[in-house]
Ligand binder design. Structure first.
Ligand code: NAD
Length: 359
């Protein structure tokens, strides 16, 4: 498959211009562009610029609202409930995280419960926001109104892809664990359907229980270029890690869907629009009085793990966040690789909005 390599600045400018043309102000359009391109740089193409056409459609359909500010519904000092009011996730999630950071720096810990956020994208971004402030953070995310994933032992959709992220700020070695609780993120099925990386064995399941790697299982029939709608498919993505991943996905619904009061993936099924809920815990090691030990022990332990003899000498053992760090360095140099179909879909959206590509 031929990949185009788009320089980072040109891609960021194009995406920003698309969202300005779609009606966002410069700051919001810039945030969305930086976030999406940042996901590509981290190697998570599923949450990168491939999402542009869908985000624009959601804005045009009123499923997501430009220029929103997350509203604090409950303020308990070291905890808060915030309503994103269907604003862009790249706007309202950083606002909730900024509040969590400020309060954890005051109290030592803070729990924020964000609901009704538009798609917040790569959750690791928010763990990185906390790391930059010297905080540990834990994020449980659900997707209200989106059913895509079959629970362990089932063949029907019940969960969404419910990601979890944990960020740990070791000096010079930021650690970011960030993954979907589905065997693959939905965006990876999207990327595979646009000529990108193929899905791993057993990623999807047909209604009769047969395992599949064919994106049509999720999207039903679709054209090479153009939107994909999971509502048109009959199959499901599988939860990762058998009963354990399935249980974690279930708990994301409890924490990010029920406790935030934003709602779960069902049972009403697809509602036409989706919203992320995110329960975040922020922890300040400085307040715990163990900052020095935390850093010393953390770095020594990380080093010991890295020194583990690899099964394949060409594949050293990596820490959470290291694959993203490596890809970021490589892609910043060489540009963001995009399959032709994905690039054509972005350009089609840009052209429709009267935006010319700088490349
Ligand atoms: P993934 O399967 O690529 O796993 C990524 C995690 O595993 C990272 O923490 C990475 O550092 C670590 N990792 C990867 N390879 C490793 C190795 N060889 N050794 C050690 N650690 C390794 O991620 P995914 O499940 O495909 O998720 C992709 C992205 O999708 C995430 O950023 C997630 O936040 C995002 N997502 C968002 C939503 C949403 O609703 N907003 C939903 C689902 C997923």
């Amino acid at each position: 498959m031929d990949m185009l390599h788009i320089p980072v600045d040109a891609l960021t400018t194009l995406v920003r211009d698309v969202f300005v043309a779609a009606g966002c102000d410069d700051a919001e359009a810039g945030r969305i562009a930086t976030h999406l391109v940042g996901a590509n740089l981290a190697g998570h193409d599923s949450h990168g610029v491939v999402r542009v056409p869908r985000y624009v459609e959601w804005l045009e359909a009123g499923h997501v609202v430009k220029g929103q500010t997350a509203e604090v519904i409950t303020d308990g000092g070291c905890f808060a409930v915030l309503d994103g009011k269907w604003g862009f996730g790249q706007t309202v999630a950083p606002q909730a995280v900024a509040l969590g950071i400020a309060r954890a720096q005051e109290h030592g810990v803070c729990v924020t419960a964000l609901r009704n956020a538009g798609h917040i994208g790569r959750v690791g971004d928010y763990a990185e926001q906390a790391i930059a402030a010297g905080l540990i953070s834990i994020h449980f995310v659900n997707v209200a109104g989106s059913v895509l994933v079959a629970p362990f032992g089932g063949v029907e959709r019940r969960f969404s892809t419910n990601p979890v992220s944990i960020g740990v700020p070791l000096p010079g070695k930021p650690l970011v664990l960030d993954f979907a609780t589905s065997l693959v993120a939905e965006g990876k099925v999207l990327v595979a359907s646009s000529g990108g990386k193929k899905l791993p064995e057993g990623a999807l399941i047909e209604p009769d229980g047969r395992l599949s790697t064919d994106p049509h299982t999720l999207y039903g029939p679709y054209d090479a270029i153009g939107p994909r709608n999971p509502a048109n498919g009959k199959g499901a993505i599988r939860a990762f890690g058998e009963h354990k991943g399935s249980g974690l996905a279930f708990m994301c619904e409890m924490l990010a869907g029920c406790l935030t009061a934003g709602g779960t993936s069902g049972p009403v099924g697809e509602r036409g629009r989706i919203a992320n809920g995110m329960l975040s815990v922020f922890i300040s090691p400085r307040h715990f009085g163990t900052q020095a030990e935390f850093e010393r022990m953390g770095l020594a332990y990380a080093e010991w793990i890295s020194a583990c003899r690899p099964a394949d000498p060409a594949q050293p053992v990596l820490l959470p966040g290291e694959p993203e760090e490596q890809r970021r360095a490589e892609r910043t140099r060489n540009g963001v690789p995009l399959p032709q179909d994905a690039w054509a879909s972005i350009l089609a959206t840009a052209t429709r909005l009267g935006v010319r590509s700088p490349v």
